[in-house]
Design a protein around this ligand. Sequence first.
Ligand SMILES: Cc1cc2nc3c(=O)[nH]c(=O)nc-3n(C[C@H](O)[C@H](O)[C@H](O)COP(=O)(O)OP(=O)(O)OC[C@H]3O[C@@H](n4cnc5c(N)ncnc54)[C@H](O)[C@@H]3O)c2cc1C
Length: 393
Amino acid sequence: MQLSFGPEVEDFRVELVAFLDEHVPVEARTGFDMMDSGAEDRTEVIPEWARRWQATLFDHGWMIPGYPAALGGRDATPIQTLAYLEEMARRRVPRSLHFPGYAIVAPSLLEFGNAEQQALIPAAIRGDTIWCIGMSEPDAGSDLAGLSTRAELDGDRFVVNGQKVWTSYATVAQKCFVYVRTDPTAPKHKGISLLIVDMDTPGIEIRPLRHLSGAANFAEVFFTDVEVPAANLVGAQNDGWRITQGSLAHERAGLWVEGVSRLESTVQSLVDLVQRRGLTADAGVRRRVAAFYEQAASLRALGYKGFASFAQGSSAPEHSYMRLATAELGKATYELGMELQGADAATRDSERGEENGRWVNMFFMSFANTIAGGTSEIQRNIIAQRVLGLPRA
Ligand SMILES: Cc1cc2nc3c(=O)[nH]c(=O)nc-3n(C[C@H](O)[C@H](O)[C@H](O)COP(=O)(O)OP(=O)(O)OC[C@H]3O[C@@H](n4cnc5c(N)ncnc54)[C@H](O)[C@@H]3O)c2cc1C
């Protein structure tokens, strides 16, 4: 079966391909892995080439195609956006190596911010301002509504005290979306507010944390009597929970493409590894590799099925499953690769370890994909309750 989109999409794709042929920097060709990897040998959390590339995409209207030109887009339709994500993923080209600004802050401010706050959006999408997201705390991760970082209104400012953890990019960010408790007496979902906090405000201490891979691109962030202008409150006071639920709406229908494409490219890396190590005649190995291939292909078909429902105005429950499935299958694919390498898998030694340690690094990082932004267990809970309609356990 040949699937194709109409001329409106194919013309759009031709224009994109011409842009990419001309502008993609050489470094971006390995950048797809870097979106996940946080590799130990990355000297900068966000390399200079990635900053320039994000700005170039914005300036040419290719950063978020569905947005208007002033926000780095070209008013693309959802199906054109899908084609865009497909093409970028097929070429393994990342848009950005720091997602909070363009993927979380921008859509949230578009929906909930006032005019002054919305003026921050173009720089967030272009990557000129680096943002971090302060949600998780030592006792509030999956149960985000249990957060206890406190903000007390005192005249025209809030005074913030508490601690965040696992804050990606905190070491390089200029601004942070900090979720705080503004009413400790209200039911826990109802006493939360969102503040925009400048990371150089006195009273903020950032302590870098290391990933399993060795990279330190996230941190603990401590707040001690940090004064934040009351004007930095986003949306209404005590209405912050609604904002946590709202981001990514603009391209939710197409985001699964990135996950599936990354999974397909991991399966291809596994095939290459099997060939390099002379395991192609092993029937057991062949069967296991083929099973991953088949699952990735099925997920792509499921994604298109969901997209077709979405394009016709229905909800697409398939997409709730995609993120869980691509993260878990990605981890299992790396696990098989580690198993097939035996003892060599544990080394980053370029003479024995595969691809100068890329494989072991990506294996470590594949765990992070099953945790960040909601663990696999939490995703399963959501699917059980909201998609399958099962009662809470
Ligand atoms: C690479 C990476 C980047 C991150 N970046 C950020 C960031 O920028 N900003 C930010 O705020 N946070 C960030 N996080 C944190 C992330 O959102 C949390 O780690 C995640 O929500 C899980 O919370 P937790 O670590 O406190 O685990 P916990 O919530 O303590 O969970 C521990 C275990 O219990 C399970 N569990 C918990 N509750 C349930 C339940 N109800 N049912 C079944 N199982 C359950 C979980 O699945 C998990 O296996 C990042 C995490 C990673 C790995």
